[in-house]
Design a protein around this ligand. Structure first.
Ligand SMILES: Nc1nc2c(c(=O)[nH]1)N[C@H]1C(S)=C(S)[C@@H](COP(=O)(O)O)O[C@H]1N2
Ligand SMILES: [Mo]
Length: 526
């Protein structure tokens, strides 16, 4: 392939060599062109087949647990952009190294491009959502990457050949122009691919209309104004959808039309059944306020939100399908291949209120929160119950199958622990001396909160005033007033569930089954 193997040293000039800066750039541009081509074709044909994003997804799936926890702790919900940027950085470094190894022959660079391309290909191929058309985008990436590598390499080698002949348009100028063109085309193509593949709001419109006009078999009572103390610093009782905490492994939010959605209920059942969105709408519709909580929420953390969910009762549906004796786990899988197991016992508990939800605060579920249909199970942390984009429900046993987070060191069952949080004062706030209102939230789903106590500066526990209770399945706001002098102060809180379980002061980490301890806020008055 190479034509530059003339014997050196002995006679003639040394074989031309691409300067290292250009060599690295050729590597990076080739891979950038490959990534952009993959993104563009994916955007045109099948958004889920972007090789770059598929690699990111694979990193999430295969990452060691320590790294995942580190990322969540260090970057919180920014972990996705950080992960994508990190993947980009590593790719760029590998590409540059490939270019540097190709200062004479294009072969090492081409090999690096092929290896990266094959990784992208494999990532797409092994996605749980793989469909035959998905091969187009990674193929385009591979072909474009190799072609650009060979072409730019040839131009760079040419430019390194020596000074341009007078009157020659200039080999160097040609290289600069070509490199710039590849760079611009990559940015434009990649951007266009992302834009083409973006989720569309239209899919939700019709469902929002259905949610808003649904004739409810079981409407929820209106939320009383006395259910929250936002003036005192608590959140509003219902969290606006845009502010609702979000936790999932999906780098790309799955976009699935309601017409294309179905849920297959199978396994240890009397009559396997597949239900469509229309089947769901034809059932008695219920509306329930539920506070969702993440097991990764640290004491004082904000991975907790409340919404009014609209949907159907899951227990009723399971009763119709007929769960066989011995099935202790309902194993749910999302369209993007996430999976978890929920205790059947909890789902079948009369009055528990497990749902298949499609509405959230009066509109269709946002794409990020599971459009078109998700599970909602009051009283269980999300990681064992709240499957978004749910499309498969298998009745099985806990010994037969393990959920995604269970495989990564988290608990098998995830009952929510009795907890409280101090929202006001904020940590390290400086307030005027005098009367201070301490306010916050407490939760103990599905039992509800019976009491919240506050201790100031290590003093005795004192009862806080509780807001009107909405449901045992939701958080409950509280507030307490104190007269305090100038200087530093420290406040703690503890909740007690309606059936007498006191929030423990024993400090525990979030892994494996949820953090414990009393929240503690320091502030000062002047
Ligand atoms: N498909 C899917 N569903 C999922 C998850 C996920 O990663 N994928 N994460 C779960 C976790 S850990 C939590 S806490 C809740 C969060 O739901 P939210 O993002 O709507 O707040 O979703 C659950 N459902
Ligand atoms: Mo979670």
């Amino acid at each position: 392939m190479s034509t530059t193997e003339a014997p050196r040293r002995a006679e003639g000039p040394a074989a031309p060599e691409i300067p290292s800066g250009w060599a690295a750039l050729v590597g990076v541009l080739s891979v950038a062109a490959a990534v952009a081509a993959g993104q563009l074709v994916a955007g045109l044909v099948a958004p889920a087949s972007s090789p770059y994003l598929a690699v990111g997804d694979a990193v999430v799936r295969l990452a060691p647990q320590g790294l995942v926890e580190f990322a969540k702790a260090a970057f919180g919900t920014a972990d996705k952009p950080v992960l994508l940027a990190g993947t980009g950085l590593v790719t760029a470094v590998v590409a540059a190294a490939g270019g540097l190894a190709s200062r004479r022959s294009p072969v090492p660079g081409v090999v690096v491009v092929i290896v990266l391309g094959v990784l992208g290909f494999a990532a797409v191929l092994f996605q749980p959502t793989f469909a035959p058309l998905d091969v187009l985008a990674p193929t385009a990436a591979l072909v474009v990457g190799v072609a650009v590598m060979r072409k730019l390499h040839a131009l760079a080698l040419d430019a390194a050949q020596g000074p341009d002949a007078p009157g020659d348009p200039g080999r160097r100028a040609l290289l600069v122009r070509s490199a710039a063109a590849v760079g611009v085309a990559s940015l434009a193509g990649g951007g266009a691919g992302l834009w083409l593949g973006r989720g569309t709001g239209d899919l939700r419109g019709a469902v929002t209309t259905r949610v808003a006009s649904a004739r409810l078999a079981e409407p929820a009572p209106a939320i009383p104004a006395t259910a929250a103390f936002p003036q005192q610093g608590t959140p509003p009782f219902l969290t606006p959808n845009a502010d609702f905490y979000r936790i999932d492994t999906a780098l790309r939010v799955p976009v699935l039309a309601a017409e294309d959605w179905s849920l297959r209920i199978h396994g240890m059942v009397d009559a396997e059944r597949t239900i469509t969105f229309d089947d769901l709408l034809a059932r008695p519709l219920v509306e329930r306020p539920v506070t969702l909580t993440c097991v990764s929420n640290p004491v004082g953390g904000d991975l907790i939100s409340t919404a009014m969910f609209t949907g159907v009762d899951l227990r009723e549906l399971l009763l119709e399908v007929g769960v066989r004796p011995g099935a202790d786990q309902a194993f749910s899988t999302s369209v993007d291949g996430w999976y978890t197991g929920t205790p059947v016992e909890v789902l079948m508990e009369p009055g528990r209120g497990a749902m298949l939800a499609f509405g959230m605060n009066g509109e269709a579920l946002p794409f990020e929160h599971g459009f078109p249909v998700r599970m909602v199970v009051p009283g269980l942390y999300g990681f064992v119950s709240a499957t978004k984009w749910v499309t498969d429900l298998e009745l099985t046993t806990f010994s037969a199958k393990k959920g995604f987070w269970l495989q990564r060191g988290w608990a098998e069952r995830g009952p929510i622990k009795t907890q409280s949080r101090i929202d006001h004062p904020r940590a390290f706030a400086v307030l005027p001396a005098g009367r201070v209102t301490v306010a916050g939230i407490a939760w103990s789903q599905p039992t509800g909160v019976g009491r919240v106590e506050v201790s100031v500066d290590g003093g005795p526990w004192q009862d806080a005033e509780l807001a009107t209770e909405v449901s045992g399945d939701t958080w409950r706001m509280w507030r307490a007033e104190f007269d305090l002098g100038p200087g530093g102060h420290d406040v703690r809180s503890r909740a007690t569930s309606a059936d007498g379980v006191v929030q423990t002061g024993v400090v525990a980490d979030t892994v494996p089954d949820g953090a414990t301890g009393w929240p503690d806020v320091s502030f000062s008055l002047d």
